[in-house]
Design a protein around this ligand. Sequence first.
Ligand SMILES: [Fe+2]
Length: 177
Amino acid sequence: MTSISRRRLVGAAFLLPLTHGAWAQLCARPTPRETEGPFFKPASPQRIMLIEPGSKAPRLMVSGRVLTADCKPAANALLDFWHADETGDYDNRGFRYRGHQFTDAEGGYRLETILPAVYPGRTRHIHVKVQPAGGRILTTQLYFPGEEENQRDGLFRADLLMRMADRQQGAFDFVIA
Ligand SMILES: [Fe+2]
């Protein structure tokens, strides 16, 4: 087979709609777990908007879905987010940049916040705990593509990178085992 026809075949395969089986395989890879780190606090307020009044920090919106291992939307799943502020500090006394929410009927969520700053020893990241209704908690972290520190951070994982439409809009779908 010439390389041209092989390339055509690859292209054709890429254009085929994914069968249900292929989708199921995609979803069969659960989102990896990561350490919660030292700054998790229980009982965060329920809210999707974490931006502090008067904050001039660059905005960040993260959205996506929570899916089960067989690719079904996980409605009413709990997502508890926490991250560093614009100076790289966590609020350990109060609940700045901490909040929990529940997915909608399609498993969708949306977080409106600021871009967390990089702090010493870590690349830019967002912490999250995800728990399907009545299920086990997934603790993990989300990362930003194109960050210099990604390669130097031992916790960084490429499969936890958000898809960024631009600097202010990230997307990530969680798959719960
Ligand atoms: Fe952190």
